[in-house]
Design a protein around this ligand. Structure first.
Ligand code: G3P
Length: 251
């Protein structure tokens, strides 16, 4: 269960949320063996989150929301995979629809970023999913599996097994309009089938598939009941401790 904070909470506010989240999960007897809980704060919060997680041995993973496609050098404003690895990031989002929409990121760039992360030993969380018009045209499966194939281009089976895929229909992000459990299952199954086609069934079985888009404590149970949904990528609700803690306990 991953919480994408997006551009919310400064490093001081991050302390409060991470500590409260860890206490709440402990209090509710959350079992980290059954559900891995990860927070994805803005870059400026990562050092603070690392200090808290290491210092207090919190059972929380953390990572970033994006990474540079370059290794190092004259790339103003960029943050490399090696820098994120040094900060202890276990996961990094790539290809979030907000990056695709506002920064023109395409599948080739996403593919480069995934390779950089894998070389640094970080697990990419690859976001894929269709816009409303694409769904209305009945092209959502094709569109999403094309994004998947583009993002995983030239990866070998071992590398492909090491990624997490988040299906996030754009029309469900931040809108309160969650996909139906059947939609989430249809798309997660299609993603798994595409992984089997690109590699083999063992890769398809190894990859964890998350659903993202208006997940809340009140709808997570139906989503998680779907056989091909392994977890959730949560935006707004991950900023509310009790809500995210309740989501994290669905297993
Ligand atoms: O990456 C998570 C996301 O885009 C979903 O956001 O606010 O609809 O849960 P939200």
């Amino acid at each position: 269960m991953a919480g994408n904070w997006k551009m919310n909470l400064n490093h001081v506010e991050a302390v409060g949320l991470v500590q409260k989240l860890a206490w709440t999960l402990e209090d509710k007897k959350h079992d980290p063996e059954k559900s891995e809980v990860v927070v994805l704060p803005p870059f400026t919060d990562l050092r603070t989150v690392q200090t808290l997680v290491d210092g207090d041995r919190l059972k929380l993973g953390y990572g970033a929301q994006d990474v540079s496609a370059h290794n190092a050098g004259a790339y103003t404003g960029e943050v490399s995979a090696a820098m994120l690895h040094k900060l202890g990031c276990g996961y990094v989002l790539v290809g979030h629809s907000e990056r695709r929409q506002y920064h023109g990121e395409d599948d080739a760039l996403v593919n480069t970023k995934i390779k950089k992360l894998l070389r640094s030993g970080i697990t990419p969380i690859l976001c894929v999913g269709e816009a409303r018009q694409t769904r209305e045209a009945g092209e959502h499966v094709q569109h999403t599996t094309d994004q998947l194939a583009g993002a995983l281009k030239d990866l070998n089976a071992e590398q492909a097994s090491g990624i997490v895929v988040a299906y996030e229909p754009v029309w469900a992000i931040g809108t309160g309009q969650v996909a139906t459990p059947d939609d989430a299952q249809e798309m997660s199954a299609a993603i798994r089938a595409k992984l089997a086609e690109l590699h083999d069934q063992s890769v398809a079985d190894a990859v964890r598939i998350l659903y993202g888009g208006s997940v809340k404590a009140g709808n997570v149970a139906q989503i998680m009941a779907q056989p091909d949904v392994d977890g959730c990528l949560v935006g707004g609700a991950s900023l509310v401790v009790e809500e995210f803690a309740a989501i994290a306990r669905f297993y």
